[in-house]
Ligand binder design. Sequence first.
Ligand SMILES: [Zn+2]
Length: 91
Amino acid sequence: MSQRTILRRCVSCKKVLDRKFLLKVTRDFQNGVVLSSGMGRSAYLCPTESCFEEAWKRKRLQKALRCEIHSSFFNMLQKQLNTCIDSDTEA
Ligand SMILES: [Zn+2]
C-alpha cells in the first residue's frame, strides 16, 4: 500500500470522496481563504457545477470555514472548476 486514501466530505452534496477528487478550500491564518494550499481550517467541494452553485448560493464554504468569502474567490473557483471539467473529458 503505497498510497493512503484520505476521504473528505463535500460541503454541498455531502458525498464522501477521495480527497484528490475534491477541491480544497482553506482558511489560511495569514492569507485568508485560499484554494489548494495554506494551513488552517479546510472545506472540500466536488469539482462540479452543481456543487459549486450549491456552495455559493447557500454559503456552504462560509459556514464550513466560519468566515466571509469574497465573490472574487468564487469567480476564481469557478474558473478552476472549468479547467477541472475540461481535463476530465480526456479520461
Ligand atoms: Zn459535492
